[in-house]
Unconditional design. Structure first.
Length: 172
Protein backbone atom coordinates (compact mmCIF):
# COMPACT_ATOMS: atom_id res chain seq x y z
CA UNK A 1 0.00 0.00 0.00
CA UNK A 2 1.35 3.39 -0.99
CA UNK A 3 1.51 6.25 1.48
CA UNK A 4 -0.37 9.38 0.42
CA UNK A 5 2.97 11.18 0.02
CA UNK A 6 4.44 8.47 -2.24
CA UNK A 7 1.19 8.38 -4.25
CA UNK A 8 1.36 12.16 -4.66
CA UNK A 9 4.99 12.27 -5.82
CA UNK A 10 4.47 9.34 -8.19
CA UNK A 11 1.49 11.17 -9.68
CA UNK A 12 3.72 14.21 -10.22
CA UNK A 13 6.11 11.93 -12.09
CA UNK A 14 3.21 10.63 -14.20
CA UNK A 15 2.68 14.21 -15.34
CA UNK A 16 6.41 14.73 -16.00
CA UNK A 17 6.54 11.59 -18.17
CA UNK A 18 3.40 12.70 -20.06
CA UNK A 19 4.94 16.14 -20.62
CA UNK A 20 8.17 14.47 -21.77
CA UNK A 21 6.19 12.56 -24.37
CA UNK A 22 4.67 15.84 -25.54
CA UNK A 23 8.09 17.53 -25.67
CA UNK A 24 9.41 14.80 -27.98
CA UNK A 25 6.23 14.89 -30.06
CA UNK A 26 6.52 18.65 -30.52
CA UNK A 27 10.18 18.26 -31.52
CA UNK A 28 9.15 15.57 -34.03
CA UNK A 29 6.65 17.96 -35.59
CA UNK A 30 9.22 20.75 -35.80
CA UNK A 31 11.86 18.45 -37.32
CA UNK A 32 9.41 17.01 -39.84
CA UNK A 33 8.40 20.47 -41.06
CA UNK A 34 12.09 21.39 -41.45
CA UNK A 35 12.97 18.46 -43.70
CA UNK A 36 14.64 16.43 -40.96
CA UNK A 37 12.80 13.15 -41.51
CA UNK A 38 15.31 11.02 -39.61
CA UNK A 39 15.23 13.34 -36.59
CA UNK A 40 11.42 13.35 -36.75
CA UNK A 41 11.25 9.55 -36.74
CA UNK A 42 13.67 9.42 -33.81
CA UNK A 43 11.54 11.93 -31.88
CA UNK A 44 8.30 10.08 -32.62
CA UNK A 45 9.85 6.88 -31.22
CA UNK A 46 11.09 8.73 -28.14
CA UNK A 47 7.63 10.23 -27.60
CA UNK A 48 6.11 6.74 -27.64
CA UNK A 49 8.77 5.53 -25.20
CA UNK A 50 8.03 8.37 -22.75
CA UNK A 51 4.32 7.52 -22.92
CA UNK A 52 5.20 3.93 -21.99
CA UNK A 53 7.17 5.25 -19.00
CA UNK A 54 4.06 7.16 -17.93
CA UNK A 55 1.82 4.10 -18.31
CA UNK A 56 4.23 1.96 -16.27
CA UNK A 57 3.97 4.48 -13.42
CA UNK A 58 0.17 4.63 -13.69
CA UNK A 59 -0.12 0.84 -13.46
CA UNK A 60 2.23 0.74 -10.48
CA UNK A 61 0.30 3.40 -8.55
CA UNK A 62 -3.03 1.70 -9.21
CA UNK A 63 -1.73 -1.80 -8.43
CA UNK A 64 -0.27 -0.63 -5.12
CA UNK A 65 -3.61 0.69 -3.85
CA UNK A 66 -3.19 4.26 -4.98
CA UNK A 67 -5.08 6.19 -7.63
CA UNK A 68 -3.13 7.47 -10.62
CA UNK A 69 -4.33 10.95 -11.53
CA UNK A 70 -4.19 12.32 -15.05
CA UNK A 71 -3.85 16.09 -15.08
CA UNK A 72 -3.57 18.85 -17.62
CA UNK A 73 -0.15 19.28 -19.18
CA UNK A 74 2.08 22.27 -19.70
CA UNK A 75 2.24 22.86 -23.47
CA UNK A 76 5.65 22.13 -24.96
CA UNK A 77 7.68 24.59 -26.95
CA UNK A 78 6.74 24.35 -30.63
CA UNK A 79 9.60 26.16 -32.35
CA UNK A 80 13.36 25.85 -32.12
CA UNK A 81 16.02 28.10 -33.59
CA UNK A 82 18.17 25.24 -34.90
CA UNK A 83 18.18 21.50 -34.60
CA UNK A 84 21.26 21.85 -32.36
CA UNK A 85 19.33 24.14 -29.99
CA UNK A 86 16.50 21.60 -29.98
CA UNK A 87 18.85 18.80 -28.92
CA UNK A 88 20.47 21.02 -26.29
CA UNK A 89 17.01 21.65 -24.82
CA UNK A 90 16.30 17.94 -25.00
CA UNK A 91 19.46 17.17 -23.04
CA UNK A 92 18.52 19.73 -20.37
CA UNK A 93 15.04 18.21 -20.18
CA UNK A 94 16.51 14.74 -19.63
CA UNK A 95 18.68 16.12 -16.79
CA UNK A 96 15.50 17.59 -15.24
CA UNK A 97 13.74 14.20 -15.47
CA UNK A 98 16.76 12.47 -13.93
CA UNK A 99 16.72 14.89 -11.00
CA UNK A 100 13.01 14.22 -10.52
CA UNK A 101 13.54 10.44 -10.52
CA UNK A 102 16.44 10.79 -8.07
CA UNK A 103 14.21 12.79 -5.74
CA UNK A 104 11.55 10.07 -5.93
CA UNK A 105 14.12 7.41 -5.03
CA UNK A 106 15.23 9.53 -2.07
CA UNK A 107 11.64 9.94 -0.82
CA UNK A 108 10.89 6.22 -1.19
CA UNK A 109 14.07 5.36 0.73
CA UNK A 110 13.29 7.88 3.50
CA UNK A 111 9.79 6.44 3.89
CA UNK A 112 11.20 2.89 3.87
CA UNK A 113 8.98 2.03 0.91
CA UNK A 114 11.40 -0.50 -0.49
CA UNK A 115 8.95 -1.85 -3.08
CA UNK A 116 8.69 1.61 -4.65
CA UNK A 117 12.42 2.13 -4.22
CA UNK A 118 13.02 -1.11 -6.12
CA UNK A 119 10.44 -0.20 -8.81
CA UNK A 120 12.16 3.14 -9.39
CA UNK A 121 15.54 1.53 -10.07
CA UNK A 122 14.33 0.78 -13.60
CA UNK A 123 13.76 4.52 -14.10
CA UNK A 124 17.20 5.33 -12.70
CA UNK A 125 18.84 3.00 -15.24
CA UNK A 126 16.60 4.31 -18.03
CA UNK A 127 17.59 7.91 -17.29
CA UNK A 128 21.29 7.01 -17.43
CA UNK A 129 20.63 5.75 -20.97
CA UNK A 130 18.49 8.76 -21.92
CA UNK A 131 21.16 11.19 -20.76
CA UNK A 132 23.94 9.24 -22.50
CA UNK A 133 21.96 9.15 -25.73
CA UNK A 134 21.22 12.90 -25.65
CA UNK A 135 24.89 13.66 -24.87
CA UNK A 136 26.12 11.40 -27.68
CA UNK A 137 23.77 13.09 -30.14
CA UNK A 138 24.95 16.54 -29.03
CA UNK A 139 28.57 15.45 -29.44
CA UNK A 140 27.81 14.31 -33.00
CA UNK A 141 26.03 17.59 -33.77
CA UNK A 142 29.03 19.55 -32.49
CA UNK A 143 31.30 17.50 -34.78
CA UNK A 144 29.10 18.37 -37.77
CA UNK A 145 29.17 22.10 -37.11
CA UNK A 146 27.68 23.95 -40.10
CA UNK A 147 28.42 21.20 -42.64
CA UNK A 148 25.21 20.60 -44.64
CA UNK A 149 26.49 17.24 -45.87
CA UNK A 150 27.14 16.25 -42.29
CA UNK A 151 23.60 17.29 -41.34
CA UNK A 152 22.21 15.14 -44.15
CA UNK A 153 24.17 12.11 -42.94
CA UNK A 154 23.25 12.81 -39.32
CA UNK A 155 19.55 13.01 -40.22
CA UNK A 156 19.80 9.66 -41.99
CA UNK A 157 21.90 7.99 -39.29
CA UNK A 158 19.95 9.13 -36.22
CA UNK A 159 17.28 6.60 -37.11
CA UNK A 160 19.71 3.90 -36.02
CA UNK A 161 21.14 5.64 -32.95
CA UNK A 162 21.08 3.58 -29.84
CA UNK A 163 23.38 4.22 -26.94
CA UNK A 164 24.30 1.56 -24.45
CA UNK A 165 25.13 3.13 -21.15
CA UNK A 166 27.60 1.68 -18.69
CA UNK A 167 24.65 0.26 -16.69
CA UNK A 168 23.51 -1.78 -19.70
CA UNK A 169 26.89 -3.40 -20.36
CA UNK A 170 26.64 -7.13 -19.82
CA UNK A 171 22.83 -7.21 -20.15
CA UNK A 172 21.06 -8.68 -23.15
Amino acid sequence: MLSKNIESVLNKQVRIEAESSQVYLSMACWAETHGLEGVAQFMYRQSDEERQHMLKLIKYVNERGGHAIITDLKPPKTSFGTFKEMFEELYQHELFVSNSINELVHIAFDEKDYATHNFLQWYVAEQIEEEAQAKTILDKINLIGDDKGGLYLFDRDIQQITVRSASAVGKN
